[in-house]
Design a protein around this ligand. Structure first.
Ligand SMILES: C=CC1=C(C)c2cc3[nH]c(cc4nc(cc5[nH]c(cc1n2)c(C)c5CCC(=O)O)C(CCC(=O)O)=C4C)c(C)c3C=C
Ligand SMILES: [Fe+2]
Ligand SMILES: [Fe+2]
Length: 367
């Protein structure tokens, strides 16, 4: 709430005639700038979410405000500065481009829908984007998470944010949510494509690591399906890449705090592989659909340094799906499936459709 009103609503991508159906692509969020104050605002919102940190408030809030928010932002801001792009945070730039391309792909198929993106924490916020869609006259909204694997910490938190908005909205649009697509054929196919292309160009590694964002181990015991869904994604992807179980490892990164998180942890895994004599390791992060701090800094910089320091010789961080053509197609297929029954083929204005085609072409989804 406190952060939303300072920013203009983002533009939306439409086909001219006011459409009534929208797709809202939602990602985690990112700071507005690679500075300590901006990172502090972002982390304050993120780490106050009870879906993310499941410690009783009375215990957690003094730690958050007394230790974490005074100390962590400066260190995190330096990491963000090391990956910041000309136009801003990579996570936001990729998510924006995905929304534009998804709009183009759906338009190609004759769907007159609006596509916007939103961030669960930071900007553009979910509530600001929902307000803007409503102001535009949208009456049906499909919420698509950027997370293929369901977790209470991410997917459910997104639903919480939408429902917080709906609780102060009188005339609600119809709402649909996608919970998961960790085993979706199009998603797996797109991952296999990006990794396969990397191997066509650079040869295969001695060992392949699939690193997913971690969550506290306790969430698994409490019934969060995330761990199982990561393993299913990895199994399907390994099969597509013709990897036998000894040729790959699934690991979990980005541990936060002192509690036990899902194991094995990525960095110790990389060091152990080097110690075992593995010369070249390739790391992919299939749970991240856009490159971000966790892939560009934690894996491609810190992970590489850890592997090489432990005696490894070559380290390849494979890019995330980002603007990959097959990935955008998979997103469009997924959206189309979940839009079924909503009348979206309302004959778009041909001039606006041509313009959106040009825009998709100019953006040049990578092959
Ligand atoms: C505190 C606990 C955290 C949980 C649980 C958690 C789950 C989780 N996160 C992602 C995806 C991303 N997380 C990112 C950054 C990030 N994550 C946490 C903490 C938890 N995440 C923190 C404190 C941070 C901020 C960075 C830092 O200060 O070190 C990002 C990157 C954002 C960016 O701007 O680039 C992503 C993406 C998933 C998918 C997930 C559970 C499944
Ligand atoms: Fe995270
Ligand atoms: Fe991290």
């Amino acid at each position: 709430m406190a952060f939303a009103s300072r920013f203009r609503p983002e533009p939306s991508y439409t086909h001219g005639k006011a459409p009534t159906t929208a797709v809202l692509l939602c990602n985690l969020g990112t700071p507005d700038a690679p500075t300590a104050p901006a990172v502090r605002r972002y982390l304050a919102q993120f780490l106050s979410d009870q879906r993310v940190v499941e410690i009783p408030r009375a215990l957690w809030l003094p730690i958050l405000w007394g230790i974490i928010l005074p100390l962590r932002p400066a260190k995190s801001a330096r990491k963000y500065a090391s990956i910041w792009a000309e136009g801003g945070s990579p996570l936001r730039l990729w998510t924006d481009k995905q929304a534009k391309l998804l709009h183009g792909f759906l338009g190609e198929r004759g769907h007159a829908v609006t596509v916007r993106y939103a961030m669960r924490y930071g900007h553009p916020s979910i509530e600001a984007q929902l307000d803007a869609l409503k102001a535009q006259g949208v009456t049906r909204i499909l919420v698509v998470p950027a997370y293929p694997q369901y977790s209470g910490t991410t997917t459910a938190s997104l639903v919480d944010a939408v429902s917080a908005w709906s609780q102060r909205t009188r005339n609600l649009p119809e709402l649909r949510f996608i919970n998961r697509y960790h085993d979706d054929a199009g998603y797996i196919d797109a991952l296999a494509g990006t990794i396969g292309r990397h191997w066509m160009a650079h040869g295969r590694p001695d060992h392949f690591v699939m690193s997913f964002h971690g969550v506290p181990e306790r969430t698994l015991r409490l019934g969060d399906p995330y761990h199982c869904e990561c393993h299913k994604t990895a199994r399907l992807l390994a099969a597509r890449l013709n990897l036998s179980p000894e040729q790959y490892t699934v690991s979990f990164q980005s541990r936060f705090g002192k509690a036990k998180w899902l194991e094995p942890y990525t960095e110790p895994t990389l060091r152990a592989l080097a110690a075992r004599g593995v010369k070249r390791v390739d790391v992919a992060c299939p749970g991240f659909t856009s490159d971000c701090l966790e892939t560009l800094e934690e894996i491609a910089m810190e992970g590489r340094a850890a592997f090489l320091a432990a005696g490894g010789q070559a380290f390849h961080a494979i890019p995330c799906l980002n603007d990959d053509n097959r990935w955008i197609k998979a997103l469009a297929d997924l959206a189309e499936k979940h839009l079924a029954g909503w009348p979206t083929r309302e004959r778009p204005d041909p001039a606006a459709l041509a313009q959106s085609r040009e825009r998709a072409k100019a953006l040049g989804a990578s092959a």
